[in-house]
Design a protein around this ligand. Sequence first.
Ligand code: ATP
Length: 587
Amino acid sequence: MQYAIIADAYEKIEATTKRLEMTDLLVDLLKNTPKEIIDKVVYLTQGKIYPDFVGLEIGVAEKLAIKALARASGRSESEIEEDLKTSGDIGETAQKLIAKKKQVTFFQQPLTVQRVYETLDKMAKASGSGAVDAKMSLLAGLLADATPKEAKYIMRTVTGNLRLGIADMTVLDALAIAYGGGKETREHIERAYNISSDLGRVARVVAEKGLEGIKKFQVIVFEPIRPMLAERLSSPEEILDKLGGKCIAEYKYDGERIQAHKKGDEVILYSRRLENISNQYPDAVELIKKHVKAKDAILEAECVAMDLETGEMRPFQELMHRRRKYEIEKAMEAYPVSLFMFDALYVEGKDLTLEPYPVRRKMLEKTILEGERVKTAKHIITNNAKELESFFLEAIENGCEGLVCKSMAEDSVYQAGARGWLWIKYKRDYKSEMTDTVDLVVVGAFHGRGKRAGTYGALLLAAYNPENDTFETVTKCGTGFTDEDLAKLPEMMKKHVIQHKHPRVNSTIEADVWFEPKVVIEVLGAEITLSPIHTCAMDKIRKGSGLAIRFPRFTGNYRLDKSAEDATTEKEIIEMYKAQLKKITES
Ligand code: ATP
């Protein structure tokens, strides 16, 4: 196929602003394309050579493009730069300069789509020290044989400026018309796209095998499935109502969504946006290899920053430290992660996306060997609004955002690429960000594990309630202590150890060690949230719930100047919660 056919189509597509006209032009182009290269033509129309998840870009910088054009057109780089200043488009400039050159040279080998594609592919894959020169020569070679119009589109493609405005959905429409048998067949083609994220493969299947072929389209490992998303409701009653009276409610973990693809020993992790993020999480890759029993599988998980010593979840923001190219090993150590698995989409050759959720969840449980750092999402099956509410509060207490409540119905398939009512999120409506430190009383402690064996892993902290002259627990704090602090804590607290919970302490949590309320420390938290476990402000904001400080960190200040009765009061905590209360409006 001549590249000129594509360039002509681009020119017409560019000239229209109407989507229907654009679709018709695309239909013509796709019909004129030999089936065996239709995938390539589809990628090219979107300015790519592979689907996005492959992560391979042609990546030609403008400077390099200018050099290649200089070589192919016989102009100097400064002349080209000059022209570029007025045109503002490297494509236009190339078209003009190649046209001038063509008036003097006659020999030209027509460009085929295959040759253009293969050359762009080589350019994308060029690496190492000679990469820049190699890319330049390859591009100059193409331009030398291009017509002016072809040069324009090649230039725009390689510099990432093609922008014909052809959306994925327009390609799906065009494929339905050209090869599916009509626009009404689009839903089948769209599903194929949703479970593969690969428009090229979809185009090829529908062109070669028609609608019947596309109906049999299956998930394959290393082609990410577009994620299923949740709708949102704000009461357990509404949720149960919507889900037919009963649901599987799972913790909504606060981390990064990961779709893990495994084939034998090879594992790729895809983000919510379907980018390959395996490099950010070498530890998660290892966890998948170790804990997924199936040889081949596609599973979904929330990857959560963890404090491995206390077993507590850390704020989502800590995962930002993983977004770096270098020294990932260091980030991995400082910000370890755990995986909470919540769906199985493919296991041992079987596409599960059309199975109801209870079946997928069972398969997930069978496929995973649970361990400290890999678990299935904590869940309950319930038809009771009260039970759902207390599970919700428990989830928040444990550092989650709330719940995802999932349909158990026959038709509870995996709706790839869609936000629907089969999953309903129930998030805490309110959270209050903390800016001030608080001074809290140490009322208990928990034994440390791992590096902290022999000392405390976390302290149980309380606020003072002057009305009852009691201490109400508000958080468990294990962060911010230096090794030195940790070493001296047991010694320092020894004189306050008592055998039972102190009568003035109100706690539903069982500490490993109890103290008389004497020592006050300064703590800064990230936010104050509702909590069914902590007794501070119990029933005062919401029935069955107290308040907790999330992600507390010891500031290093022992408030030796304060007695326990001088600690921050319950009332102050309620005020802080209210004052900084921020309605979270985004869904
Ligand atoms: P949000 O900001 O609320 O996470 P979102 O648009 O990214 O919104 P939603 O579909 O609204 O996604 O909510 C589902 C998200 O919750 C998933 O993308 C996933 O990252 C996360 N999640 C955490 N735990 C679960 C779980 N058990 N099941 C499904 N999704 C979960």
